[in-house]
Design a protein around this ligand. Structure first.
Ligand code: G1P
Length: 276
């Protein structure tokens, strides 16, 4: 059994790129075919052996709590019909996992969201999933499971990385490091959203992290960074300076569902899969 028992889902953001769809609905509830993004994230965490789901929400996000709860009226309505099976997966999640929620009252960046979520985690290593980054691996372990296995060996913070086109570095945290094993980098430098000419590489962090609990105190002591926000990238840099962050080139595919293009790509991909 792994020591990673909890997964944090920062989910307070507004999702302005999807307006008007996200005016009254959390962006994490946008469906890829019929399943909301957040559910893919929760299923990935479950696949990694995690049952404690900690969700950092904000105003207008109550649908997230309702989604991971029983809906007596609806379930009674479809009982015995062919529709009943459509809720099987969701029911399984509710039965197996515990959900806890806290609100990020002010948007002060991903580092801040993780700090706020710390109240739901406690002093133990934990996973973070950004549900916007939808990850699929049809050939084996989910991305988070791959990372949890790696944690057992390295016992330090781990970030998922992938190569991006050089002109897109401004969208991501970008790493610099030495490849110690195939696809495994010991990170020496990290920069949040650098311009292509300032990027130390084209290896971008994507929304899967395993963090050791010393990260909270580091976040608290890290001054605001890019865009005046508390950046997890900056806090991780402190750990990286003592050799305590691994970058892992994951196996699988990731869709940037925070953008309309990525979202449509993920939808088409998933739809094709359900057909085959
Ligand atoms: C966040 C992080 C960034 C990371 C990205 C992955 O940025 O700050 O380092 O590369 O997630 O999706 P955001 O996309 O929230 O602006």
């Amino acid at each position: 059994m792994s020591v990673i028992k909890k997964c944090l889902f920062p989910a307070a953001g507004y999702g302005t790129r999807f307006l008007p769809a996200t005016k009254a609905m959390p962006k994490e509830m946008l469906p890829i075919v019929t399943k909301p993004l957040i559910q893919y994230g929760v299923e990935e965490a479950m696949d990694a052996g995690i049952t404690g789901m900690a969700i950092v929400t904000g105003r207008g996000k109550r649908a997230l709590e309702d989604h991971f709860d029983i809906s007596y009226e609806l379930e009674h309505q479809i009982e015995g019909s062919s529709k009943e099976a459509l809720l099987d997966e969701t029911r399984r999640i509710i039965d197996k996992c515990t959900f806890s929620y806290t609100r990020q009252v002010e948007m002060k960046g991903l580092g801040h969201a993780i700090l706020v979520g710390g109240n739901l985690i406690g002093h133990e290593p934990f996973a973070v999933i950004l549900a916007d980054d939808y990850c699929v691996n049809n050939d084996g372990d989910s991305v988070l499971k791959q990372m949890v296995k790696l944690y057992d060996k390295y016992q330090c913070s781990i970030v998922a990385i992938e190569e991006v086109p050089q002109d897109e570095t401004y969208k991501y945290g970008v790493i610099e490091g030495v490849e110690e094993e195939d696809g495994i980098y010991r990170i020496s430098n990290m920069v949040e959203k650098p311009a292509p000419e300032d990027a130390p590489s084209n290896l971008a962090v994507i929304g899967r992290y395993i963090l050791t609990p010393d990260i909270y105190e580091i976040i608290e002591n890290t001054p605001p960074g890019k865009n005046g926000e508390m950046q997890i990238t900056d806090a991780l840099l402190t750990q990286a300076k003592s050799g305590k962050v691994i970058g892992y080139k994951f196996k699988g595919r990731r869709f940037d569902c925070g953008s309309v293009d990525g979202f449509i790509e993920a939808t088409n991909f998933t739809y094709q899969q359900t057909k085959s």
